[in-house]
Write a protein that binds this ligand. Sequence first.
Ligand SMILES: [Ca+2]
Length: 244
Amino acid sequence: MNRALALAALFALSANSFAQTTFRVTVENLGPQALSPLFFSASDHTFNIFSLDGTASAGIKAIAEGGNTAPMMGIAGAAGGSVSAFGTLPGGPIMMGQSSSSMFTTDETHGYFSFAMMLGQTNDGFLGESVSTSSLFLFSGGQPRGFSMLITGLRAWDAGTEANTQNAADLGFLGGSGNPADSNTAIRIHDSIVPGIGDSWALQPDWDLNTNLARVTVESVPEPATMVGLGIAAAALLKRKRRS
Ligand SMILES: [Ca+2]
């Protein structure tokens, strides 16, 4: 095999390895309150973790009311071949100004990315996107693209599972565990904090539709095999250059 063919083969190997795409998901807390550990999934179009104006699953309810991802992890695990990867970001609650990240692997047939995390100092507020809300897709033209999404109060949701009492007895971050039913069960834009309602409204961080709350970024990470291939190709090119 001559050198040109060898190089072509190496680049083909590199391009090929994109089919096995590893991504890194990172969430940054840009807002005024703690966020629960983020649940994420990569799936085909059939795995829709929630719909606006729909009612919350047990998985979304547990995340929105208490930052508990276990039921949603169970739902993802039971979804079989429609979900290629799912997980919960490590490290516990994400405090203001902090971030958390994790790696996962998926392919283009499972290119939809979904996520959900609790707005930690609300009754049942959460941030999240699903197949039916933003349809975040990780590939374009057969190549991994990822995305970066700034989330403002315009996309802060009320899960519709618990009344926004703003009472300490119902707010987990104040030690409460109450769960009074929400009169509106639809997942919808959160009203933020309403002054004068409940005994603890003044202890809850406020926001409005323009407030930056979080940024979620998913970027592709070169596989070790790709790095080795590119390294060998680069070495071969350097060698060739010296000889010419
Ligand atoms: Ca509510």
